[in-house]
Every structure is written in C-alpha cells, then in structure tokens.
Design a protein around this ligand. Structure first.
Ligand code: AMP
Ligand code: MG
Length: 328
C-alpha cells in the first residue's frame, strides 16, 4: 500500500480534509515538495518537526493562496514588501515580516517575525484552498538531507510517516524559495533561491546578500552542512581537473555542469544542463544528486557553476551539501 496519490480534484479534497483534521500532507510546489500542516494548529505543526527530525529553533514558511492573508498573518507590510508581492507572487519568493498574534510560536520558533509565501504550483494553491487555512510547510525531507523534487523522493525518505503524498510530477524550479527579510530598513536575502538576486533588485533596488555567519545562523538553510547527500561530495576547482598524482577513490560519480571536463572513469555522470542554462541546471540539481546518492559511490565530484542568477542558489546548496564552507 502506498499513500502516494495523483493530485486529482478528489485527492485534493481528501488532502484538504486531512489538513483540517490536523494531519500531514506532502505536496508539490514549483520549488521543492513541501510537508504541510494547518499553520494555525500548533499540534499539527509539531508533527512536522517530529517527522523531519527538525530542530525546534528552525522556523517554518507559511504558505498562502489569497493576498488578504498577508494582513491576517503579518503586521505592517511595507512598500518594498508590497512591490515584491505584486511582482513575484505567486512564485518562489518568501518574505519575512513582523508576525501577528494568530501565528503561534511553534511556527516561527519563537521569533517575532514570520516567513510567508504564495506558491505558484496549482496543486499547492488548490490544497491551501481546500484546507481553508494557511499551510506551514518546510521541505518534505529529513532535516539536513537533500530536498525532494519528486513524490518518489518523499516516499523513500519519509513515506510511512505522512498521511498522504500528492503526486504532481517533478518540481519545475527545483531549488527552494529565495528568503528575504524585510523587517529592517535594508532588505536582506537570507537564502538565495529560485528567484534571483538580480530580479529582486530590479524591483526594490539594492539588497544585501547575507554574509553567512555559520556560528549564528539566522536561517537554517545557513547551517554549514545542509541539503546533503549521504555520499561525501567534493566541489572541483578548475585546477583539480588534471588530478595530479592523487589517489583516485574506487567509485567516483560526477555532477557536471554542461559536460564532463576531463575523462576520469566515472561510474556515473549526471549533467545539469548541456546548454549551460542555469534555470535548467537548478531544476535538475536535487533530482540528479538523489540519483548519484543512490548509486553506491565512494565520492561525488561536482563541477562549479557560474555564480549569477540561479547559479547563486546552486552554489549555495553545493557548498552546504559538501559541508566544506571554507571552500569559498
Ligand atoms: P524550509 O522550509 O526547509 O525551506 O526552510 C525555511 C527557511 O526559511 C529556513 O531556512 C528558515 O530558517 C527560514 N525562515 C523561516 N521563518 C523565518 C524567520 N521568521 N526568520 C528568518 N528565517 C526564517
Ligand atoms: Mg528544507
């Protein structure tokens, strides 16, 4: 018996019932699969933390399907927030604003701010409407592991612990949302993600990109080891492509950007985007890392991608997946 169901209108109604009764539903968004509970039901939200083994200091994103929810959940949306919402919602942008009283501490990990987003995926939007409540949802994976971009990833990782998994195919963007803190005069991107820094700056002017202080993460996506496969991963620098006199481990896999730059006898090669398109590369990123991680390798080598547009989100995930933050 599997609890993975195709996201038909009937399945969406059933999923809405489950959420209303305090259950957990995994569902597709345009970024990655989320693990959702009624954001206004603290006990249901507590189950998310248990299933994910997620530390309680790690706040959740609240997903909404109607613009009026912003005023219900937050205080004082400022001009910059209004501009970003108008331009990019529904879409892969999470904004952080002061929270209202209806949002409980378990959702925000005790912070006085709340993260909210209107996802662009029709299954996510319909689920929120069917549930009749905002849905708190982190990525539907065990804490710290690779994010899921297919229903199969969710089933393999936490399948038996959730009430239903809605299958809506592969996530089109493939990396998590961009998180921007709008509570200070100067907007701060806490996590680079599916909406590029350049696109954000075109609408509200200069924003700061969080210079990650790993000793004090403001956003757990900032933890030095996160989004990680079980197989060790090493980012290749150009100079290393010749592998001078190094002992090469037995089973090596490669995550290549456009094409493998040298000819090691790799067991498996996954190419992010043969035409060098960073959007396509982001969409493939977690899916291909899942595949490499399942291939029984000793190590995964990963090529760097250019750090512009969605390349920033990819390199951020890659560095944390490798756990070697000193690499940059
Ligand atoms: P996930 O839902 O797993 O993609 O993680 C959500 C990300 O948003 C985490 O890195 C959180 O720390 C971040 N986040 C959620 N709420 C807040 C908040 N109030 N302040 C700062 N970061 C937040
Ligand atoms: Mg996550």
């Amino acid at each position: 018996m599997t609890n993975v169901v195709k996201a038909t209108p009937k399945a969406l109604q059933d999923a809405g019932d489950i959420i209303r009764k305090g259950g957990l539903v995994a569902f597709p968004t345009e970024t990655v699969y989320g693990l959702g509970a009624d954001a206004l039901n603290p006990q249901a939200v507590a189950r998310i933390f248990e299933v994910k083994n997620r530390p309680r200091f790690d706040p959740l994103i609240v997903h909404i399907a109607d613009f009026f929810e912003v005023e219900h959940l937050c205080h004082s949306p400022n001009k910059k927030a209004e501009k970003l919402i108008e331009r990019f919602w529904p879409g892969p942008l999470t904004i952080i604003l002061p929270k209202s009283k209806v949002v409980s501490d378990i959702v925000t990990a005790g912070l006085s701010t709340v993260a909210i987003r209107m996802p662009a995926h029709p299954v996510a939007l319909n689920l929120i409407k069917e549930a009749g409540a905002p849905i708190a949802a982190p990525s539907a994976n065990p804490f710290g592991y690779l994010s899921p971009t297919t229903a199969g990833h969710v089933r393999e990782q936490i399948g038996e612990k959730v009430d239903m998994i809605l299958d809506g195919g592969k996530c089109p963007i493939g990396v998590e949302s961009t998180v921007i803190d709008l509570t200070e005069a100067e907007p701060l991107i806490l996590r680079p993600g599916g909406l590029s820094l350049e696109e954000v700056e075109a609408v509200i002017g200069k924003v700061k990109l969080s210079t990650t202080d790993y000793s004090k993460p403001r956003s757990p996506g900032q933890l030095p080891r996160h989004y990680s496969p079980r197989t060790p991963i090493k980012i290749l620098k150009e100079a290393e492509f010749e592998f001078p006199n190094v002992e090469i481990p037995k089973k090596v896999g490669l995550l290549a950007f456009m094409h493998p730059k040298e000819k090691l006898p790799y067991e498996v090669v996954e190419v992010l985007s043969s035409r060098g398109d960073l959007r396509e590369a982001a969409a493939n990123f977690f899916t291909q890392l899942h595949r490499l991680d399942a291939a029984g390798l000793d190590i995964i080598y990963a090529e760097s991608v250019p750090e512009v547009g969605l390349g920033r989100a990819i390199m951020d995930r890659l560095r944390r997946a490798s756990g070697d933050v000193k690499q940059y």
